[in-house]
Design a protein around this ligand. Structure first.
Ligand code: GCU
Length: 596
């Protein structure tokens, strides 16, 4: 045993040395594994001129004799909270775009099992990971998890972990150079050590069959394509105990039909079942819901019932803290306001949000729309960007495919038609469906225009033929004056598909009153009247399946310049940055309460 272990470690070490370990496929349900948190105060160095890598500061050298010296030291310097963005932690970092080095020491877990990984829930925007002076991983993308195996690299105590984190916007990134939210940088979500047996449960996908409400499909994968591994899947409340064996791909699967007693998940009844997946050496437990989602003609159905989506969008941001949301408490703050508004759905804009938010939303009974930040101007001609986008959306779908609340995978937001864009987005649809073909594919478009000849709102974008549900962002009364009275604003858009209004709204400075007919007043009365006018117009959209006002909370945006009304905030929130509900909040709350 000892010898094989040493050989395994040696091989892994060689792998680290010769083939830099980029991030590996992440373990499913990491929060249900054997973990040790690395959250807390980390040492940090602001590296504005990117000198740290050249000077190998990740070696954390100390002077040895009388003549050598180092012009850096991690200990005794700046400390930053992990998780958190850096922008909200120091005034001088508010606008900072560049590199910050994070570092900390840690001991290997005493209960160290066969294998050890470091798991990062998200680092924004790109990073390199160094352990005990060796680069062991890199990752790009600010909103999806990654992990790296450190078995054989880790010492029993005093390991030195350093991250080189950079959030500089680039034209080939996702999102690219300009986007309407704050460019938060940093280790923005949890970091943890995960210990596993040598052969562990790598992944599983457990969900109600798309077309059979009495059938649960199970697919379990163990690591390293180990075959003949005994896998047990249990759902005690449904008296399900299945013993499976992995094939030569390390996969064990089963479809269990004729299950009579399944109580399907819905916003009104968000039922979750405890699911246990285990092998002789490993075990992963979590709560999973079962529901059916379908499109028939121009209607969306949940558990065979037509559903109207009473949605809202929010960014992953706590406005009072002027920083990224990252904890369970943050998730509850955002979600409880959506619940109070009467929502049954949330569009998690414009990027995969943290797992606390996704899991809490599922428990509270919200349908979810999740998307990657393919936001407006992306370099659709760039093949490297396309690969990155495919990896990013795969990381999102891999992480959340067992969350039944997720109903829509969003492919893009406000992209302009072109052959390159269509190819790029079709590739993303493929990447998504390669992992999960059970959910509805959507995308948000801002291409609806009023056609004076037809006296209709229309849209011409053939890409809508590639998706299941068409979503429209339209700011009537804000970016677009009314061409006709709201009740005469008739729509003929994607008439053969379900349509969602995925964004509408207007800015208002909380406390500003009066001038209900003057947009530049930034008044709550103008915003509230605009909401009433839009709700009037929505009556004229025959294939309307739901609405998602933009946005629940005022949020920070570097290009919202007006010194009095905006001051670096996008004020389209129904709730102000200080947590006060504006008049339009009550317009939507009343609409959602009374909509049939
Ligand atoms: C767009 C975009 C949002 C943006 C909003 C606005 O539709 O999707 O991200 O914040 O408009 O202009 O406020």
């Amino acid at each position: 045993m000892k010898a094989s272990r040493t050989i395994f470690n040696l091989l892994l070490l060689l792998c680290c040395f010769f083939f830099k370990l980029s991030a590996q496929e992440t373990l499913v349900n990491v929060y249900g594994r054997t973990t040790q948190s690395l959250n807390g105060k980390w040492e940090a160095i602001i590296d504005q001129y990117d000198q740290g890598r050249k000077n190998k500061i990740y070696l954390n050298k100390k002077p040895a004799g009388k003549t050598d010296f180092y012009e850096y030291a991690f200990d005794g310097g700046l400390k930053l909270n992990v998780p958190s963005d850096w922008n909200s932690q120091l005034p001088e970092l508010k606008y900072y775009e560049g590199t910050v080095w994070y570092a900390r020491h840690f001991d290997a877990p005493k209960t160290h099992r066969e294998r050890l990984f470091i798991y990062f829930a998200a680092v924004s925007y790109r990073c390199k990971v160094y352990l005990n002076g060796k680069e062991i991983a890199e990752h790009e993308g600010g909103f999806t998890p990654f992990q790296v195996e450190i078995t054989g690299l880790v010492k029993p105590s005093d390991n030195f972990l350093a991250l080189e984190v950079n959030n500089t916007r680039t034209a080939d990134a996702i999102p690219a150079k300009s986007f309407d939210w704050w460019n938060y940088g940093g280790i923005t979500r949890d970091v943890m050590l995960v210990s596993t047996p040598k052969i562990f449960i790598q992944d599983y996908f457990i969900q109600l069959d798309k077309n059979h409400p009495d059938q649960i499909n199970v697919k379990v994968k163990v690591v390293d394509k180990q075959k003949n591994v005994a896998v047990k899947v249990e759902i005690p409340e449904l008296n399900i105990r299945q013993n499976l064996v992995t094939d030569d791909q390390g996969i064990a699967s089963i479809s269990m039909a004729n299950l009579k007693k399944i109580q399907r998940w819905s916003p009104a009844s968000p039922k979750l079942y405890q699911v246990l997946v285990s092998t002789k050496e490993d075990r992963a437990a979590e709560w999973i819901g079962f529901r059916n989602l379908a499109v028939k003609g121009t209607q969306i159905y949940l558990n065979e019932e037509p559903v109207f989506l009473k949605s809202i969008s929010f960014h992953e941001e706590i406005p009072q803290r002027k920083g990224r949301a990252f904890s369970e408490a943050d998730a509850m703050m955002l979600l409880s306001e959506a619940k109070a508004l009467g929502c049954n759905m949330i569009r998690l804009a414009h990027y995969p949000q943290n797992e606390y938010t996704v899991r809490a939303a599922e428990k509270m009974g919200f349908l979810l729309w999740e998307e990657t930040p393919i936001w407006q101007g992306i370099d659709f001609e760039n093949q490297e960007t396309k690969k990155k986008a495919g990896k990013m959306i795969s990381e999102m779908v891999m992480r959340d495919k067992n969350r039944c609340a997720i109903s829509f995978w969003g492919m893009a937001n406000e992209t302009q038609p072109s052959a390159a864009r269509n190819e790029f987005l079709k590739y993303l649809i493929k990447c998504t469906k390669d992992i999960d073909s059970t959910r509805l594919i959507t995308a948000a478009f801002d291409l609806v225009r009023f056609n004076p000849d037809k006296q209709r709102f229309v849209m011409d974008d053939p890409f809508i033929n590639e998706i299941d549900v068409v979503a429209i962002n339209k700011y009537m009364g804000w970016y677009h004056p009314w061409p006709v009275a709201p009740k005469k604003a008739i729509w003929d858009v994607a008439s053969n598909k379900p349509l969602i209004i995925s964004e509408f709204g207007a800015e208002a400075l909380y406390g500003k009153t009066g001038d209900a007919d003057v947009a530049s007043s930034w008044s709550e009365d103008y915003q509230a009247q605009l909401y009433k006018d839009n709700l009037e117009m929505f009556k004229n959209i025959p294939n309307l399946n739901g609405i998602s006002p933009w946005v629940l909370f005022d949020f920070r945006s570097p290009f919202r310049f007006h010194p009095t009304y905006q001051d670096g905030w996008n004020r389209k929130g129904l709730v102000s940055d200080q947590g006060f509900r504006k008049k339009a909040w009550y317009v939507i709350a009343d609409y959602y309460k009374n909509i049939k």
